[in-house]
Design a protein around this ligand. Structure first.
Ligand code: AP5
Length: 231
């Protein structure tokens, strides 16, 4: 079956769009929702943030290059992330579809993505923009804890693990991300406003954008997301 014909079943409902971009400020819930939709539909979640953090941990050349930008809450250079995404989209992992979580973040990245997808004849079905007010974002990010073993995400107040600092899924250690300090979070929000927010108009003018209000519970946002990608 051609990728363009793929349809996935999700919780008993038809989900039409499985080549998706998730946009939104840090903490909007892109990763949380992408992880859930990817599990339900069997498509690949491509998180440039996760891939970069793995590279930093493994101390690869790319990781060394990215670390200073990430620690400061700034964007990693376009050519680095475009290369990551080109490799992932060209791999067999994405044959059934994909969710781009955290990419593109600049108009340069969006233009490059358009060219890559044209090469692969796999256009984007929908761009989902998650919206949440800034103070709620800061509270979400300050309380986030991530498993060093499996990458599962928790929140000390909104989604606590059963045992403090221990992952419910794999028993791994839960840690706070280096860039989840409040001063860095505020810098990331500024970078979002200047570099990434323009993509809302970019995709809206192409008839691809749907906004999802993401200030509610994880379950209510997921319900709104499924509706958004089914139409
Ligand atoms: P990245 O890892 O992509 O971080 P981000 O975009 O800042 O997004 P976050 O992961 O912080 O937030 P999210 O929206 O995924 O929210 P989440 O679901 O985790 O990027 C990190 C860095 O890498 C960048 O700063 C940059 O340096 C670099 N980078 C990455 N991509 C790049 C690119 N394309 N170009 C250049 N540089 C790039 O949720 C957050 C917390 O809230 C969790 O604790 C969660 O449990 C909780 N939560 C989620 N939903 C809800 C809800 N509905 N109610 C209550 N709590 C919730």
């Amino acid at each position: 079956m051609k990728a363009s014909c793929v349809r996935a079943r999700c919780a008993g409902e038809r989900v039409k769009a499985v080549r998706l971009i998730f946009l939104g400020p840090p903490g909007a819930g892109k990763g949380t929702q992408a992880q859930r939709l990817a599990e339900d539909t069997g498509v690949e979640q491509i998180s440039t943030g996760d891939i970069l953090r793995q590279a930093v941990k493994a101390q690869t050349e790319m990781g060394k290059r990215a670390k200073a930008c990430m620690d400061a809450g700034q964007l990693v250079p376009d050519e680095v992330v475009i290369g990551i995404v080109r490799d992932k989209l060209g791999s067999g992992d994405c044959a059934n579809g994909f969710i781009l979580d955290g990419f593109p973040r600049t108009t340069g990245q969006a233009d490059a993505l358009g060219a890559i997808l044209l090469d692969f004849s796999t256009p984007i079905n929908r761009v989902v923009a998650f919206t949440v007010d800034d103070e709620a974002l800061v509270a979400r990010l300050c309380g986030r804890r991530t498993c060093t073993g499996c990458g599962a995400m928790f929140h000390i107040d909104y989604a606590p693990s059963k045992i403090a600092d221990q992952c419910d899924r794999c028993g791994g250690e839960l840690v706070q991300r280096d860039d989840d300090q409040e001063s860095v979070i505020r810098d990331r929000l500024t970078v979002y406003e200047t570099s990434t927010r323009p993509l809302l108009d970019y995709y809206s003018s192409r008839g691809l954008l749907t906004e999802v209000s993401a200030g509610g519970s994880v379950d209510s946002v997921y319900a709104a997301l499924k509706e958004a990608v089914a139409t």
